[in-house]
Design a protein around this ligand. Structure first.
Ligand code: GDP
Length: 534
């Protein structure tokens, strides 16, 4: 067995055993099924089948919040913690909708590694590719799970080639499948020289593991039929010759991904993957921040908000802010400074998401995700510290690609509408712009479906029918520059100017030509398609 990968040997044991990761995949590849099995092996749930992320079934899970039941969005599924062997795993859910969104991007700012799940018959699909690119922007280590090997799947070398070529990353096989489709019987564990045999009869059963003394071991023939064995030996020898050996350092740097083969639904290959995340997935990493980076082993506690979810209960406008702890040992009741407002906040009811249930978090360590119920003070990108004015960086907001005007069905209700829109803007569900000219708001999203989702949420949560109208604008850019220059620019371009929910100046555009014109005529301001949340 190779040494486990570490680039942080100085971490205290409690932090060093944490693995905070997300799963990236194309819809249907098996993310939900794999999550269930993680929780099953992590002892967090008694029986798989309780975390279905789709449809009715999910409602059988904990119903601790009104929002979960009513909206069918599982808050606890946003972050799940479980133990396996001596590791503590924190799995952060990536939003399921197929539009690439900044939600997804921000989720990936809260993790130290990603597990990429692909379907053995389909290989690298579009959504996987997009999410992979985001991981690469952050140099996240990636571990790959090739799922559904119990079905007719592609040739193993082809799958590996495709990943190497499409994603430009070295792939090193951690296991090798034996047989395909109906013949699939398990894997040869290339890291430990073990045979893992799948039990098709019992889907929740952990595979038998048989120690093998290398490929020449006659014991192999007792378990693997001759025709499969011959191919296995040939394949593994060829793989060892042609494919790179697992290099933990290269995995940490995001240049190489180890790949495990398995079948999530048959609980097969999952344990090996979990071991792999423990061994090669890194411990909590240094967090980028301004004016200095934050190291997880620092004694003082700090963390940042990467996601906000609003409550459904109209009487209590409660939200849960999901905070990734960046350093220290957090204890319930601690007073932390909310850096943006410089106000102290007593964190008395933090929540830890132990898969089966939501529990009060008595403590947490760097790497953990805690939920902090609040009334809207905590926004995405906010930093909490024990007093130091640190601000976590790298949590951007992207310019929307679609804009529409929005009006309340009943004009007397526009104040209500404003409140609703501000809430969604703070949750990061949409961009909301108030044009300086005229009345009303312009809402910006990344995918068209989001307008429908917004309209139905505003109606459901605020009892407010709304109408979206075509806007003359198609895109928006933040205006950056010296305060004076920005003000002069805004004054000269009133018809195009709006402010976002933080009060920052935005330039609404119709055509690329508008943007080019500004670049030409106003050299002292810059139009930006992203904004750092702060
Ligand atoms: P998600 O959309 O990525 O969350 O995918 P799901 O976990 O919901 O799985 C999509 C479908 O594939 C479901 O019908 C699963 O039962 C099925 N599935 C998941 N894993 C496997 C597997 O290992 N083998 C087979 N044959 N089907 C699987």
């Amino acid at each position: 067995m190779l040494d486990s990968a570490t680039n942080r040997p100085e971490l205290p044991a409690e932090i060093a055993r944490r693995r905070t990761f997300a799963i990236i995949s194309h819809p249907d590849a098996g993310k939900t099924t794999l999550t269930e099995k993680f929780l099953l092996f992590g002892g967090a749930i008694q029986m798989a089948g309780q975390v279905r992320a789709k449809g009715e079934a999910r409602r059988t899970r904990s119903d601790f919040m009104q929002m979960e039941k009513d909206r069918g969005i599982s808050v606890s599924a946003s972050a799940m913690s479980f133990d396996f062997k001596h590791f503590r795993y924190n799995l952060v859910d990536t939003p399921g909708h197929s539009d690439f969104s900044e939600d997804t991007y921000r989720t990936l700012t809260a993790v130290d590694a990603a597990v990429m799940v692909i379907d053995g018959a389909k290989g690298v699909e579009s959504q996987t590719q997009k999410l992979f690119e985001v991981c690469r922007m952050r140099d996240l280590p990636i571990l790959t799970f090739c799922n559904k090997m119990d079905r007719e799947s592609r040739d193993t070398f082809d799958i590996i080639d495709e990943i190497q070529e499409n994603l430009a990353i070295d792939v090193s096989p951690a296991s090798w499948p034996i047989g395909v489709g109906p013949d699939f019987m398990g894997c040869y564990d290339m890291l430990n020289d073990r045979l893992e045999l799948m039990d098709r009869a019992d889907r929740n059963k952990v595979a038998d593991s048989i120690e093998i003394n290398g490929l020449g071991d006659p014991a192999l023939a007792e378990h693997v039929p001759a025709h499969l064995l011959e191919k296995l030996i040939e394949d593994v020898e060829m793989a060892r010759e042609l494919l790179p050996a697992l290099d933990p350092q290269s995995v940490l740097e995001g240049h190489m991904t180890p790949i495990w083969f398995g079948s999530a639904i048959n609980s097969f290959g999952v344990k090996e993957l979990m071991d792999g995340i423990g061994t090669y997935g890194p411990e909590p990493q240094i967090q980028r921040a301004s004016p200095r980076a934050i190291s997880p082993e620092e004694k003082k506690v700090s963390g940042f908000v990467f996601k906000v979810q609003a409550n459904m209960d109209p009487k209590h406008r409660d939200r849960v802010a999901f905070v990734r702890l960046a350093s220290g040992h957090f204890k319930r009741g601690m007073k932390l400074t909310h850096v943006r407002t410089k106000k102290p906040m007593a964190i008395s009811n933090p929540v830890l998401f132990l898969a089966s249930d939501r529990e009060l978090a008595e403590e947490g360590w760097a790497g953990d995700i805690i939920g902090i119920p609040n009334h809207g003070q905590l926004r995405i990108g906010d930093t909490l510290t024990e007093g130091e004015a640190l601000r976590v960086t790298g949590i951007p907001s992207f310019a929307p690609e679609l804009l529409q005007g929005v009006r309340a069905g009943d004009p007397l209700k526009s104040k209500h509408l404003e409140k609703a829109l501000m809430q969604f803007a703070e949750e990061g569900a949409a961009k909301v712009f108030k044009p300086t000219f005229g009345s009303g708001y312009i809402v910006g999203v990344v995918g068209a479906l989001q307008f429908e989702v917004l309209a139905s949420r505003i109606e459901l949560e605020y009892g407010l029918p709304v109408r979206f109208d075509q806007s003359q604008f198609t895109s928006a850019r933040w205006v950056l520059g010296e305060k004076k220059a920005v003000e002069a620019f805004a004054e000269a371009n009133k018809l195009h100017i709006a402010t976002d929910n933080d009060g920052d100046v935005v330039y609404l555009t119709r055509l690329q030509w508008d943007i080019d014109r500004v670049a030409r005529d106003y050299p002292d301001v810059t139009l930006s398609a992203t904004k750092e949340m702060m």
